[in-house]
Ligand binder design. Structure first.
Ligand code: ADP
Ligand code: MG
Length: 576
């Protein structure tokens, strides 16, 4: 039976000495709670062998010792940013003070979740009035399967206290850096919250650095010529941030905005920055004040995906052999049907801004030009291209679009704003595009009808979710960033471009399991994902598990729904 009393740190030392050299299972005896000089240690879960997932532990430092002033975490924004900051410092300290390899398998490691460029709410660190908590993993050391007790002792009694003292004590931290971190995040949240009032869907601060170091490195580009962002005067707006004060930048208004320009002039880079503008970024990232509507969603073609009873009729009707599109299902979607479904499913759970790049779109979904309309009449073409639906999306549903399209001037007809990227700098060419529209009349005929069409909500059926694997009743785990193993089923998230962190993937996987208990045959997918996010907002990510987990990061309704929609066994019924 696990000991729930708070024991003396020396008791842990004695256990380690006693079990030194014994079989690995004896490490189980260390599970429990220990009072160290400056913190309380929780050994929550001990791994089964030296190769298994490392053991889970936590430390709690009382604020009398940790000493964080109230203003370092007084607002929700600051609290989340400080927790992120502490995670980063703990991670650095662990790399510095932990000796690493101390035997077989994962022996000797101490590590904590490692954030990237985004500042996300995570379960790796917590701060509140009375204490600071960090959650980490330890590879309890062994040689073969024999416990290396002396090495474990060094980890717990030398390394861990150094890591804790250097990363979780306010006085050990660079306070300037700390405040910069929390204030930047607070400003970014403020800015994002201002968008609606300013009638904008996105804001990109002047001097932002949008390009990344490389396709596999999300840090800012520093080599060669890097062109900082500079708003065209006509779209420039000023905002006063609570900490940084006044900044200027480009405001992208609601409606339909095209990003045009020559190849390699920075269009996709610009859009990518907007996609990730739903998150806050660390100081020095270059995108600290690039923010988008929190319900912005990247839409792309994703052929091969499964679709379950989606009403894609606003975009697609009259498929060959009278396949139904009001409740369309397929195990192998085409480029265009997948892109249509991605939009419909995003609208179903509350998307407010669609971000689309021609690079990852199905051409026949985006445009049908005049000559093609002449050759293939409307009654032989199931697809209503996006160009004929974009304005209705805005008018009927209040959903804006930002679209990278270098290849079709037909889109000028439906655009509210046209931004042209020239050598990585945006120019407002709305007027010029308008003149071209007058001069060269469009010959294509709009095909979109009068209304966008109805969004049909769907009700997921709990029985179609099976988290079992072998003898385990529940086995859900992330496999890297873009895959969730749900029982025996792969969920492929490679088309979900706004997923940035494996800890989000982890949390989403567990949230799917958690969602099952809300599936009563009445609640819609939207109602279910909203419930879960509300619960997470009120009670934290810990609500997704029975025990404390150190590697969850926050996600949105949109990504959770996306993952559920990609479970290949999913079965739903339409509402109404
Ligand atoms: P497009 O979509 O217009 O074809 P990309 O956005 O893919 O162009 O950009 C092309 C290249 O230019 C990429 O390698 C990108 O990293 C780089 N790039 C983009 N913006 C900038 C910038 N502001 N300064 C320097 N290089 C940039
Ligand atoms: Mg591109």
């Amino acid at each position: 039976m696990r000991d729930e009393r708070i024991r003396k740190a020396e008791d842990l030392r004695n256990i380690l000495r006693r079990i030194d050299g014994r079989g690995y299972k004896a490490y189980k005896d260390t599970e429990g709670i220990y009072a160290f000089e400056n913190f309380t240690l929780f050994v929550d879960h001990v791994q089964g062998d030296p190769f298994a997932t490392p053991s889970r532990a936590r430390v709690r430092v009382p604020q009398q010792v940790a000493g964080f002033p109230n203003d370092t975490f007084k607002s929700k924004s600051r609290e989340i940013a400080l927790r992120d900051f502490l995670t980063r410092r703990f991670s650095e300290s662990a790399r510095k003070f932990c000796n690493g390899n101390r035997g077989t398998g994962k022996s000797g490691i101490i590590s904590i979740d490692r954030p990237g460029q985004e500042i996300l709410e995570r379960t790796s660190a917590f701060i509140e009035e009375f204490h600071v908590e960090a959650r980490f993993i330890m590879g309890l050391p062994a040689f073969g399967r024999r416990i290396a007790g002396r090495h474990a002792e060094a980890m717990f009694f030398d390394e861990l206290p150094k890591i804790v003292e250097s990363s979780l004590f306010f006085k050990s931290l660079d306070s300037k850096e700390l405040y910069k971190h929390t204030e930047t995040a607070e400003d970014a949240d403020f800015l994002r919250n201002q968008l609606e009032k300013m009638n904008l869907v996105a804001f990109v601060a002047d001097k932002s650095i949008l390009p990344r170091a490389s396709g596999i490195d999300q840090r800012p580009l520093t080599e060669g010529k890097v062109v900082p962002f500079e708003s065209p005067k006509s779209l420039q707006v000023k905002v006063k941030l609570p900490n940084k004060g006044e900044i200027t930048g480009m405001g992208i208004p609601k409606g339909i905005t095209l990003i045009v320009g020559g190849g390699y002039h920075g269009k996709s880079t610009f859009l990518k920055a907007l996609e990730l503008g739903v998150y806050n970024h660390i100081p020095g990232d270059g995108r600290e004040f690039v923010v988008t509507n929190p319900y912005a969603v990247k839409i792309r073609a994703e052929d091969g995906r499964r679709i379950e009873k989606a009403d894609i009729s606003p975009f697609i009707t009259n498929l060959p052999f009278s396949q139904e599109t009001k409740d369309f299902s397929t195990d192998n979607a085409s480029g265009s049907t997948s892109q249509a479904a991605n939009i419909i499913e995003a609208l179903e759970v509350g998307a407010k801004l669609l971000l689309i790049d021609e690079d990852t779109s199905a051409t026949n979904f985006m445009i049908r030009d005049h000559r093609m309309q002449e050759l293939v009449s409307k009654d032989k073409e199931p697809i209503t291209p996006f160009i004929d639906k974009a304005q209705q999306l805005h008018k009927d549903l209040g959903v804006s679009t930002i679209l990278v399209i270098g290849g079709s001037g037909d889109y000028f007809d439906v655009a509210d704003h046209v931004i042209c990227m020239i050598k990585y700098k945006p120019h407002n060419l709305t007027k010029e595009a308008g003149e071209i529209v007058k001069k060269y009349k469009a010959e294509r005929k709009p095909e979109g009808g009068m209304k966008f069409g109805k969004i049909t909500e769907r009700i997921p059926i709990a029985g179609s979710f099976d988290p079992r694997k072998g003898r385990k009743p529940v086995k859900v785990s992330p496999k890297g960033l873009k895959t969730i193993m749900f029982g025996l089923h792969h969920i492929d998230l490679s088309g979900i471009e706004q997923l940035v962190d494996t800890s989000q993937t982890h949390a989403i996987g567990d949230a799917i399991y958690f969602a099952m208990k809300h599936m009563d045959g009445k609640l819609t997918l939207k109602e279910i994902v909203d419930k879960i996010l509300k619960d997470v907002k009120e009670n934290g990510l810990d609500t997704l598990n029975y025990w404390p987990v150190g590697d969850y990061a926050v996600f949105r309704e949109l990504e959770l729904a996306s993952a559920i929609n990609r479970l290949r066994t999913l079965s739903v019924k339409q509402k109404g």
